[in-house]
Design a protein around this ligand. Structure first.
Ligand code: PMP
Ligand code: GLN
Length: 378
């Protein structure tokens, strides 16, 4: 059979989580919290089911949830999104990303992405015969050279995908980055996909640079977001995307045949829960404390790092410990030392190996302590 993704195998997140389970390792690989979400949110889902929200939701999502999302976004970023036309609730950000790509990418269209890149982007582009135009960013700062980006833009460039705060590096784009990007895209028709699933996890007083703050970007952009990251519910697979009406109309043409709609009772629960601002505004401080606990516990280890600026991932450099490649080292750490992480080279261009591993610190203090003990012994 002619297969569509001959070079794609099982994602590293499944591979490492499985290996962690098999070897009873502390799992800091795949990104998910090992603590519960707020009981209030769980109770709201039960209430929604009892109230009868058990059949299909409207195709673009429950209006009360879309209203809350638009209001939250407009308040935070000074944008002017309309709930009826500009917001669609999705089954996680992954579905939103896939749907955006499938709605726009045609054979030969070029899509600029930054490596290391979240692993769902490329296979989604390939499925629609788009051409991936990768730009490799380098450890430890992973800063973007916008002149290099300018050189990669051609008449075939259809889309660019950015991600801030960034998985897996924990870096963020600055205001200056966004202004340069805005200037760069000004005279083009390029669609921007801005993956902002970690918008509420940003540290040390930094401000999230949503494209919603930049009218010249917002007019051509989709924002993708995930309730999994914000409310510790990665298993619910609930998210949304936002874009101006014309772009969203095309998105919904695909969305209606992709999932039609996403989980109805959860939409009701999320709409109610989102009315309290503190539920997401307090998240950065919550995760900054976890990052700080983790980093102070491993400060005497042989790993070195630049503290994550956002996300719940910390890269650790192990170049003083071994010359092993990161895939082999991650495997050895899981099997022999019982701690699982993610090798970053799998997300890099040509599997470029910077001798860094990604550790997820969305964990209880007890787990972080046990993990740090192991890391200090390596
Ligand atoms: N984008 C990035 C950068 C992510 O880290 C993730 C979650 N791992 C997603 C998208 C997907 O989010 P969801 O779980 O809501 O599909
Ligand atoms: N986003 C999560 C991570 O980066 C994993 C998502 C998944 O397993 N697909 O670890």
């Amino acid at each position: 059979i002619h297969t569509k993704l001959p070079n794609v195998s099982t994602t590293i997140f499944s591979v490492m989580s499985k290996l962690a389970t098999e070897h009873k390792a502390i799992n800091l690989s795949q990104g998910f919290p090992n603590f519960e979400t707020d009981k209030k949110l769980i109770d709201l889902v039960t209430i929604a089911m009892q109230k009868g929200y058990n059949q299909y939701a409207p195709m673009p999502g429950l209006l009360s949830l879309r209203e809350t999302i638009a209001e939250k976004t407009n308040n935070l970023y000074g944008s002017n999104y309309h709930p009826e036309t500009d917001v669609t609730v999705t089954s996680g950000a992954t579905q939103a990303i896939f749907t955006i790509i499938s709605a726009f990418i045609q054979p030969g269209d070029e899509v600029i992405i930054f490596k290391p890149a979240y692993d769902s982007y490329e296979p989604s582009i390939e499925l629609f015969n788009g051409t991936i135009v990768p730009i490799q960013l380098s450890a430890p700062s992973f800063t973007v050279d916008w002149k290099e980006v300018a050189n990669k833009i051609t008449s075939k460039t259809k889309m660019m995908i950015i991600n801030t705060p960034h998985n897996p590096t924990g870096t963020v784009l600055s205001k200056n980055d966004m202004l340069q990007l805005e200037a760069l895209l000004k005279s083009t028709n390029i669609i921007l996909l801005s993956d902002e699933v970690y918008e509420h996890i940003i540290f040390d007083g930094r401000e999230h640079q949503s494209i919603a703050k930049y009218p010249g970007l917002a007019e051509r952009a989709f924002i993708t977001a995930s309730f999994g990251k914000t409310f510790h519910t990665t298993g619910w697979k609930m998210g949304y995307c936002i874009a101006p009406k014309d772009l969203m109309t095309e998105f919904r043409k695909v969305h209606q045949f992709n999932v039609f709609c996403s989980n109805h009772p959860m939409q009701y629960a999320l709409a109610e829960y989102l009315k309290t601002r503190d539920h997401y505004i307090s998240l950065s401080a919550f995760y900054q404390e976890k990052r700080d606990v983790f980093l102070s516990l491993i400060k005497d280890s042989r790993f070195s790092c630049t503290p994550a600026a956002g996300t719940y991932f910390q890269l650790l450099d192990y170049s003083t410990i071994t010359d092993d490649g990161d895939v082999a080292f991650a495997e050895r750490l899981t099997k022999e030392h019982k701690i699982a992480s993610i090798p970053v080279s799998v997300f890099n261009l040509n599997q470029q190996d910077d001798k860094v591993l990604r550790f997820c610190f969305a964990k209880t203090e007890d787990t972080l302590k046990r993990a740090a003990e192991v890391l200090c012994g390596i």
